[in-house]
Write a protein that binds this ligand. Sequence first.
Ligand SMILES: *Cc1c(COP(=O)(O)O)cnc(C)c1O
Length: 481
Amino acid sequence: MDEGKLQRLRALPAVHEILAELQGLDEFAKFFIEEGGVSNVTYAVRHFLTKARGEIMRSEDAYPWKLAGTDFGEAIQKWLKQEVYHELVNPAMSLRRVINATGVVLHTNCGRAVLAPKVARFVAAQAERYSNLELDVDSGERGSRYVHVEEILKQLTGAEAAMVVNNNAAAVLLVMNTLAQGKEVIVSRGELVEVGGSFRIPEVLKAGGARLVEVGSTNKTWLKDYENALGPETALLLKVHTSNYRIEGFTHAVDGNELVKLGEGAGVPVVEDLGSGSFLDGTELGFPPEPTIAQVVTAGLALVTFSGDKLLGGPQAGIIVGKREYVERLRQNQLTRALRIDKLTLAALEGTLRLYEKENLEEIPVWRMLSLPVVELRLRAEELYAHISQIEELEAEIQEDYSQVGGGAWPTVNIPTWVVAVRPRHGSVEELERFLRRGQVPILSRIRKDWVLCDGRTLLAGDSEEIVSRLQAWEEKGAKW
Ligand SMILES: *Cc1c(COP(=O)(O)O)cnc(C)c1O
């Protein structure tokens, strides 16, 4: 028995002692306690202690940290920064954290919706353990992965049945292949949407084996256009949400209720690809009226599809809700296996849906960002400005500007915000934008006129500090000129 080791092991503080100490420490620990949640810090502390014990066991003279007073707290803070935080910025990885200062909440290039920290932790916990993904615990028999979200989706949308696939593009493909293979699908010419990343309604229909029948014109489609196109080959009527553009002025589109009536008369199901789709009514936040998913469902459509990582604020996923008989048919399709949702995605989706169930909406980053009051954005800009204005090589001011929802939701809506506008005293704004983007943690900003803009709306905990330190590095670079 090595008395020295034993003593050093005994001298390691308890988890709660370290936690108490961390509470009193600087911004970073606060970041973990407030954003990461106490349970996450606790987890990190345990991890840290295990590591400390290991080091003591391995080495004769390991006494890695002074164990009294604040020194230990500082040591663990340093460790958190190195080990936990570093994973997020690990330069050896291709997939890296990026700071989104563009004010585009659902930035497609930056991974669309950010998960709630609580949900992300649930995903991580599921990832490193076995789960009941396809196990019926009561019977011990094979279960279905879809049961984990079906009930809650039914509850949130009012639909009879629900299932989930890899993304909304897959959802549309599956619906076409199941209900319309070798047959005709009627779509309005005003709704032949292309979404970024080469998803085009006509191509997806084709890939699913369906034949597109276009009706109406780009700006106007009437019920009689659909009616005239109905025939023995018609498998379904498809309505597509014109997510990423608006046709304004002399326009007419047929709403879901009317189409459902027409479909019922002709014995043809009606499907709507909602694209983004929202459980919440955006008008409360000042957005233009759009029916919620539940409202769309009440029209009596056979199926409604939408994305998991747009306004829902969850992971990439395609959600399909609607009538039981149609959902059943989707499940029977062999393609379902190819398009199936991954267990980590499923964990992220269930976690996010539970936040809606509990109405913990402020925990969903997308909605928190979209509902930030202008005064708070002004305050964020002032705080960032206070630091940036100290940097001699840069000129800075606070400006009024607009954020965007992004991800093809409310494309024409400008949400008022306040930004910090920065420009270099030497060099161009393009150079500064590039300099921000090419740091260890890439910072995405926006250029408007002669300014580089940083919008606080999409910044997450710790981002502002990194922006400031990167801009300080610009000054150091400038000093060499
Ligand atoms: C975004 C969108 C899609 C594609 O959804 P993903 O989840 O990105 O695959 C399909 N249709 C519409 C109308 C959309 O807005």
